[in-house]
Ligand binder design. Sequence first.
Ligand code: BGC
Length: 734
Amino acid sequence: MMNAHSVSFATLALLCSTSVLAQTAPSPEARAAATAASMTEDERVILTNGILAIPLIPGMKMPEDAVVGSGYVPGVPRLGVPSLKETDATLGVAWEFGLRKNDDGATALPAGPAIGSTWNPALARKGGEVIGAEARAKGFNVMLAGGVNIIRDPRNGRSFEYISEDPLLSGLIAGEAVAGVQSNHIISTVKHFAFNGQETQRSFVNSLISEKNGRESDLLAFEIAIERGNPGAVMCAYNRVNGPYACDSDWLLNKVLKRDWRYKGFVMSDWGAVPGLHAASNGLDQQSAAMLDKANFFGKPLKDAAAKDPAMAARLKDMNQRILYAIYANGLDTNPSVKGPRNKAAGLATAEAIAKEGIVLLRNEHDVLPLTANARSIVVIGGYADTGVLSGGGSSQVQGEGGPVAAIPVGGDGPMAFLAQEQYHRSNPLRAITTQARGAKVSFQRGNNVGEAADAARKADVAIVFATEWRTEGTDSFDLALPNGQDQLIAAVAEANPNTIVVLETGGPVLMPWLNKTAAVLEAWYPGARGGEAIASILFGQTNPSGHLPLTFPASLDDLPRRTIEGERTNTLAPGGDKPNVEVNADYNIDGSDVGYRWNARKGKTALFPFGHGLTYTSFAYDDLRITGGKRVTATFTVRNTGAREGADVPQLYLVSAVGRKLQKLAGFDKVSLKPGEARKVTITVDPRIIAEWDTDANGWRIGAGSYEFALGASASTLKQAARVRLSAQRLKP
Ligand code: BGC
């Protein structure tokens, strides 16, 4: 047994050893400063610019140690600085058109809104761990992950790469995913900073947003993600913000990110997003894939400018220090990525777990789901359900081993249009349904002949229609309608069979003119590498659905703050398809920070399906909501499983009025797994920035003194219990 003396001795020994460690291991900041100081003038412009690492350009020679991926930045071997080998993206290691030789693909995680629908940051972290480990096994050390732009417009073509319309949910989920990626000694980005709210004319569109509106919405999502995930890099966006380009925005990069948030990492540009050398003075640290811009501004021009101008020389030193800090803080030099096998089974298990928690049961009339043994004949219709599950397109496209099981060209007229294909993953819903159906007769109809599909549905006990909506980077989904006559198909099948279940594979919300005729609707998003299995597991009740919408499904386009997407008429498939010099302003001050459900609350609009909505095969009740004030507002309440099955619930706490002003803001949430009859006390501590308002004059957050009301909801429009608390005035630094 230890006595007091031996304890203090042990403590002393520990203190000595940590102080020895502290002496021998300088901080990443100190190392970065030392390395930057010992660089020659030529070396100072090595880390500041990179190349595209996709051998698509004829005659292009790849550096010897480059891996086919999105980008490459040479290292400085004399100083032991590794090269940066960059790959996309948020949902897995990108496929790069299958150009990597002898490559076995990567785990395709479900789409961002599926991860958002889990409301489970710990699971998002696991997803990040998987994609970081796979990036490492392929020899990459930078992942262009962390898509965290709030989905301000449900038509956004990249909504499938983002998480949600809410800053808190987006920030928490993306932050944990980034932390998971970086746990592999890989730098992760968060992107696209900021207000990259639409793909239409993305290289020209000017996002208009006031400081207050911005700080309380998109910027808050980034701020939370950066705090949680500590990403080594931030990728700035293609669009302009209140005039200047995002990658050239003194406000965004110097003032918000580096001054107010005290961000220590570096800002890398998006690919082909650098307007000129002046971007360096405005806070950009690295020009990515420089051949996509008008010039390699951050190479010789930067060196020459630094030789003449002491301010630019100081800036250049800072640029290097920031990049080096991210390298050292993540151990890219001490734990270099080594090519090796990836753990496919672990990847698939995580992808399946996310899909099972991320699929949302939107509608379930008369408990038609889960399917029981009474369903003796099932017809599966459409959506290539006999082949695979849909994935999203663009730079984030992931594929598993063997590449896509089907790839359907979608055309378009931009220079990159030949790359536009609807790609399907090798996870077969029909096969998974047949396996689960045990004995029932399962047949398939492609769905291209509406009459035949309806006939087959009439003869079956149950009809399951798969409907797909492909989204991609570079273009938006202008009308939110299911394409290719699928609305007519669903309507005809539902007319023929009252037990019609619709499974949606979409990158975001769609309109559902047929909704009232159907028995059930499942939003499976792009469900990833094990999507078919996860869908079948929910249909047959092996998994009790627990997904909740991370964004509003609007009832009509008329309900959106902007009826049309700015520049809609001029857009072609991008990247490269944008038409230059088209003046397009996206006015985000219309909704301001009241995005999605908050817009509906402000305008009294009813959603088709509200934010936070998600059904389950059991039921839950809430009790005893109590709110206490003080420095941190805390809510406690009890959740009880009142049904007959084990399941998980997502109780959501909303701020609904602040000092007499009615509003709605998600203030916190939890994910609680409960056995039938089981109850649990839940405690939620509220981030004060949710309660506060941004005060532009004071450059900080301000909580006004007075009464605040919170409500507990099963969705943004199903508020159950409410409680008030009085708060005193408070000011918070940014
Ligand atoms: C996308 C980025 C991506 C980059 C590299 C750009 O087109 O906007 O998200 O990381 O390409 O592939």
